[in-house]
Design a protein around this ligand. Structure first.
Ligand SMILES: [Cu+2]
Length: 119
């Protein structure tokens, strides 16, 4: 490809490079690969409180509380997860490899609940 481009002007080469980059970007977004769903933890609440994702995707829980720790966990027959202590500003990824409906709870704040529907 570089051999063929030797005869092209710099502006044409730049256009080709931009077009190629745009195609790569569109491909990545369309496939949805590597884009975890973000869920905030703020004021002792998961926000949003319920989300739907596809099997194999991840949820990224972000501790947006300035001074509170959280401790997200799942205890279901199909899936067990424990984040351990989540310090303020930290984020934790939870992978969902199988379909189902899962409750993500917080070991520190019993009223916190996130429902994850995995299709
Ligand atoms: Cu909490």
């Amino acid at each position: 490809m570089m051999m063929m481009m030797q005869h092209l002007g710099w502006a044409t080469k730049a256009r080709i490079a931009i077009a190629a980059g745009a195609l790569i970007l569109i491909g990545g977004v369309a496939s949805g690969v590597g884009l975890p769903q973000l869920v905030s933890q703020k004021d002792r609440v998961f926000n949003p409180g319920e989300i739907t994702i596809n099997r194999g995707e991840s949820v990224q829980v972000v501790n947006d509380d300035g001074d509170l720790w959280h401790d997200a966990y799942i205890e279901s027959a199909m899936l067990t997860f424990h984040s351990g202590g989540q310090k303020p500003g930290s984020s934790t990824a939870i992978a969902f490899p199988m379909p189902g409906k899962f409750d993500v709870l917080c070991a520190i704040h019993p009223k916190m609940k996130l429902i994850v529907n995995v299709q």
